[in-house]
Design a protein around this ligand. Structure first.
Ligand code: MRU
Length: 372
């Protein structure tokens, strides 16, 4: 997508013939500053994922794929070392499926190849994974925009279609386009009148900081709301559809996504509002149990809840304490929305029911992967 007239991906490599350098858009600085950060080693990559300079399921998968290029270089032909780099990349964040998916895909390309070819193979594969991710998200946009067209058609007098989204499943969360936002961008570019309610998404505010920034750059009308507002908007007729992303989805249609998604799904269900989840196939965990049982739910530092970051009146990025130090906090980063609350899944292959039947009809070639 474009930032001030220049096309960007979220992760890319630079000067590959002379150096091992991975570039990322530093998401920790947005929306206050747009900065590109350079990663020069596997440990730089691991840190950038753990500390969330890059975040979002697809984006961390692509970053880890490039991390495997650096791992191929740093392991000097030693398969044990390569595996241990792969392990540290995979454990840099536990919940998003795309991370392990990308690293395992790289490992399977490398492990039986001649080590002399490792860096070339890993770089090509990282680029392929990045391109595929962007392409899948673009197709999610094409498939999902039909839902918005239908809603627009059934509205009297060209009234605006109101979409509610949670967290950031935009282009920053992938290589390009995004999952939940791809149908929004596609519909907006075809002049469908839309407006997006953006949940701010405490504790890290990916909604107000990242989704709102993205939508503004693309000229999509939007309004940021506090996380508790969605239910009220839904039962006063101000939401036509909810579209979120996901970090991991079971083949039964259960959706693991940013904490608070479940509450939005409950409110949507109670108000008869369609609740769709957009994802590329790399986010399906084909082996996961029904209901998402056993999927690791990341718990992050209490500090992310205790404090809040923003700009001071003098324009400095600063963090403030929200209450007295003796208060204790919990910071669960994700929740599971059961399939019964999900109207449908928007994928690169089409839209399907959030059920084993719906998913496996679209992805019958993945049957083998479902066996544990
Ligand atoms: O903790 P994050 O920011 O990496 O969480 C991921 C998310 O932004 C959301 O859960 C998103 O909806 C899914 S990622 C495509």
């Amino acid at each position: 997508m474009n930032v001030d007239g220049k096309a960007y991906r979220t992760v890319w490599s630079d000067n590959e013939t002379t150096s091992f350098s991975v570039k990322i858009i530093d998401q920790k600085k947005l929306p206050f500053a747009f900065e590109v950060k350079e990663l020069l080693s596997v440990s730089d990559v691991v840190r950038s994922i753990t500390d969330m300079h890059v975040r979002g399921a697809g984006c961390i998968g692509v970053t880890a794929a490039y991390g495997m290029w650096l791992a191929a270089h740093e392991s000097h032909g030693d398969p044990m070392l390569l595996r241990s780099f792969a392990d540290s990349l995979m454990s840099s964040r536990p919940t998003a499926n795309n991370l392990a998916w990308a690293v395992e895909r790289q490992l399977s390309e490398l492990i039986n190849a001649d080590p002399i070819d490792w860096t070339e193979i890993a770089l090509n594969e990282a680029k392929l994974i990045a391109d595929e991710d962007a392409n899948w998200c673009r197709r999610i946009g094409e498939n999902g925009k039909e839902l918005l067209f239908d809603l627009a058609k059934n509205k009297p007098d060209d009234q605006t279609v109101n979409i509610l989204t949670h967290c950031n499943a935009g282009w920053l969360a992938f290589s390009d386009w995004g999952s939940a936002t791809a149908p929004i961008y596609a519909a907006h570019r075809e002049d469908i009148p839309i407006h997006v309610w953006v949940d701010e998404t405490r504790p890290l505010n990916q909604g107000s900081r990242l989704t709102a920034w993205e939508l503004e750059k693309e000229g999509v009308p939007h309004t940021v709301i506090a996380d508790n507002v969605g239910g009220h908007l839904m039962n006063t007729g101000k939401v036509d559809i909810v579209i979120t992303g996901t970090d991991r989805t079971t083949r039964y249609g259960d959706v693991v996504n940013k904490i608070g998604t479940y509450l939005k799904a409950l409110a949507a269900h109670d108000n008869g509002i369609p609740f769709y989840v957009a994802l590329p196939s790399s986010t399906f965990d084909w082996k996961a149990s029904e209901g998402g049982l056993g999927i690791p739910i990341e718990e992050r530092s209490q500090d992310e809840v205790r404090k809040m970051e923003g700009l001071s009146s003098s324009g400095e990025l600063m963090s403030v304490e929200l209450t007295i130090p003796s208060v204790s906090y919990a910071n669960y980063a994700f929740d599971v929305t059961p399939s019964r609350l999900v109207t449908g899944l928007i994928t690169e292959r089409g839209v399907c029911d959030a059920s084993e039947k719906g998913v496996m009809e679209l992805f019958s070639d993945k049957k083998q992967l479902c066996k544990s």
